[in-house]
Ligand binder design. Structure first.
Ligand code: ITT
Length: 205
């Protein structure tokens, strides 16, 4: 079984990623379990930050690393909060404070201008200096609801409305969220790429 450090300190993400990777044979070690502090997220894109996090964790753990940097992009806000989703209402803002700020900013925005999408950049590095990291993205398109619904998930899930289901992400069972979400998509793509690298599938002989 391959040991990989997971470069996240967000317990909700750890749970979702753990569930998706459970059948893969990868043994995930959260960076917090190794006493590794969170990396500084100084990048301007989700991919930049996911790479920073993965290299930081790999350097300290001396293990391959997986990192997730994700966020929500709202059309009426020109893509904000995007890469700043975790810090939307301030450096140490809680999910509740971020959610409240989003609701306030969109209070006067009508139904047809409330489009949004969750985006996830998922990165795998074999070691801190890996010159060819695996980088995958997932996108989940929806709308920001006028009112919160549901108690599952985390972050912006209570207002992230999934039109195909007529439910918010916080009303979905964890397995359904993982099957549809930006994180699930990115992680499954990463697994396919990783398997290809390890087995040489797709290599020209
Ligand atoms: P780590 O850096 O330790 O992984 P973090 O919470 O700081 O934890 P990010 O910098 O990637 O992670 O910020 C992601 C934020 O985007 C997260 O805090 C939520 O506000 C939001 N977000 C991302 N995916 C989400 C999801 O599936 N459901 C709800 N909100 C989500």
């Amino acid at each position: 079984m391959q040991r990989v450090v997971l470069a996240s300190s967000n317990a909700h993400k750890l749970r979702e990623i753990g569930e998706i990777l459970a059948p893969s044979g990868i043994e995930l070690v959260p960076q917090t379990a190794l006493g590794i502090a969170a990396a500084d997220e100084t990048g301007r894109s989700l991919i930049d930050n996911a790479l920073l996090k993965a290299r930081h964790a790999a350097a300290h753990a001396r293990l391959p690393a997986i990192a997730d940097d994700s966020g929500i992009e709202v059309d009426a806000l020109d893509g904000r909060p995007g890469v700043y989703s975790a810090r939307y209402a301030g450096a140490r803002a809680s999910d509740e404070q971020n959610l409240k700020k989003l609701e306030q900013e969109l209070a006067l925005v009508p139904h047809d201008r409330r489009g949004a999408r969750y985006v996830c950049a998922m990165v795998y590095v074999r070691y801190a200096t890996d010159p060819s990291p695996i980088v995958c993205e997932g996108h989940w398109v929806g709308r920001i609801a006028h009112e919160r619904r549901g108690n599952n998930g985390f972050g912006y899930d209570p207002v992230f409305f999934v039109p195909e289901l007529g439910l918010t992400a916080a009303e979905l069972d964890p397995g359904v969220k993982n099957a549809m979400s930006h994180r699930g998509q990115a992680l499954r793509a990463l697994l396919v790429a990783l398997l290809g690298v390890q087995t040489g599938i797709g290599a020209v002989s």
